[in-house]
Design a protein. Structure first.
Length: 421
């Protein structure tokens, strides 16, 4: 079934300045990958997600056309370029190497919640095939189930009772690249940090925090220590799932809003528990349905603006201007989809990571909770360790034991788009 574009516009056209907005899920298993079992699981999985079996085409307008070619599952740590012959023109692909399974999907067509649903299905079929076990699969979407229209339809398009969007006014935020003089450091890097889920949750309970708000707070504190006299505010954006406010929990689109957490001057001397309470309060206010729907309305208006432009060049210019303006108001971003809930499959999983690109010069932290661990992927558009070291110092001084698992160049596959030729 062909799908008209709408919510996809703002991410597709923002790709023009060389930042591939791709979600990469990296799953390290306990055992070496069985290529035959993975091929089987990819085929079963994609039958369950026909709305992701698409390619980008154009008649009068670009649209997502049904793609009946097999979704790629190749042996590689690097993956393939999406929307090319390498990927059979799909916007999703899988790869594997040693004990790693990697899934790449265009961020334009889904978000972390949507990607988690797919990998959950894949791991169910993979483990059933490889280990010959019968899994419960409760909450996992499986082939053969009826796929409701709610999964297909773009809820933003069909939502007609949205409020008139407001235009929030923000002061400039600390720009970490400029503050640290890293304009010439252009090697994107990811630091992967593991923390005991049990111990970090205990710390949160003791200090009135939650995983995402506490990580946002610790990051804010660490940046303030580095630049205590900077007049610009430290502002962390925390992602908010729009599905609750839209009453569409099964929708597959990229449905993410933002809660803005400011590390205000009056908070600097407060104990960490009081600071965490303040951050949770900010999230609570900005996560209420009416506030989320206001941002949905703003996003809808922006997509309508993009769509109103007659050329690809004009559409790219609108997105570039918006992203450059927005990057001046944000220091960092933190995203947490929620506990993985892979159930029985977790005993076969060693590590789980979500990588993607942040906006502009800011830091992006993705939090994953799988197999009794929180994995904090600390991503930045440069290689300097100044900010991650400050964050790790905050963990240490608050008695949070961590394991710096790995340091990698942040590698994401590209997406071929016709307007970038």
């Amino acid at each position: 079934m062909d799908q008209a574009l709408f919510s996809e516009y703002r991410v597709l056209y923002a790709l023009n300045w060389g930042q591939p907005w791709v979600i990469r899920l990296r799953v390290r298993m306990c055992d070496l990958i069985d290529a035959e079992a993975l091929r089987y699981s990819v085929d079963c999985t994609m039958k369950r997600y026909p709305y992701f079996c698409v390619e980008l085409k154009k008649k009068d307008e670009y649209y997502l056309a049904e793609n009946t070619r097999p979704v790629v599952a190749c042996q590689s740590m690097h993956g393939v370029t999406l929307n090319t012959v390498e990927s059979n023109y799909h916007l999703i692909a899988f790869s594997f190497f040693n004990n790693w399974i990697i899934m790449d999907i265009a961020h334009a067509i889904t978000d972390g919640s949507g990607a988690y649903a797919v990998i959950r299905t894949l791991l169910y079929y993979y483990m059933s095939k490889k280990y010959g076990v019968e899994l419960q699969g409760s909450g996992t979407r499986l082939y053969g189930e009826e796929i409701s229209s709610e999964e297909w339809k773009d809820p933003v398009v069909s939502k007609t009772d949205l409020p008139i969007p407001t235009r929030p006014v923000f002061s400039n935020a600390i720009n970490v690249r400029r503050s640290a003089g890293l304009e010439n450091d252009r090697r994107p890097t990811v630091f992967s940090i593991a923390i005991s889920e049990k111990e970090f949750m205990r710390f949160n309970i003791e200090n009135d925090g939650s995983p995402a708000t506490m990580v946002s707070l610790l990051l804010s504190r660490s940046i303030h220590r580095l630049y205590p006299t900077d007049e610009n505010v430290i502002r962390v954006v925390m992602t908010v799932n729009e599905r609750k406010a839209l009453h569409t929990p099964l929708a597959h689109q990229n449905l993410v809003s933002s809660a803005f957490l400011e590390y205000k001057k009056q908070m600097w001397t407060w104990p960490i528990a009081k600071q965490a309470t303040a951050y949770r309060g900010m999230v609570f206010v900005q996560s209420r349905d009416e506030k989320v729907l206001d941002e949905v309305a703003s996003q809808k208006h922006f997509n309508q603006l993009i769509r109103s432009k007659s050329t690809d060049e004009e559409r790219m210019a609108v997105c570039e201007m918006s992203d450059k303006m927005g990057s001046e108001f944000v220091t960092a971003a933190v995203s947490y989809v929620g506990k993985g809930n892979f159930e029985e499959e977790e005993k076969y999983i060693r590590d789980f990571h979500l990588w993607t690109n942040g906006k502009g010069d800011g830091i992006l932290i993705e939090i994953s909770a799988v197999s009794g661990k929180f994995i904090i992927d600390f991503m930045q558009p440069f290689s300097s360790t100044i900010f991650v070291n400050g964050f790790l110092k905050e963990l240490e001084e608050n008695g949070i034991v961590y394991d710096l698992q790995d340091v990698n160049e942040l590698e994401l596959p590209d997406i071929h788009l016709p307007w970038r030729e």
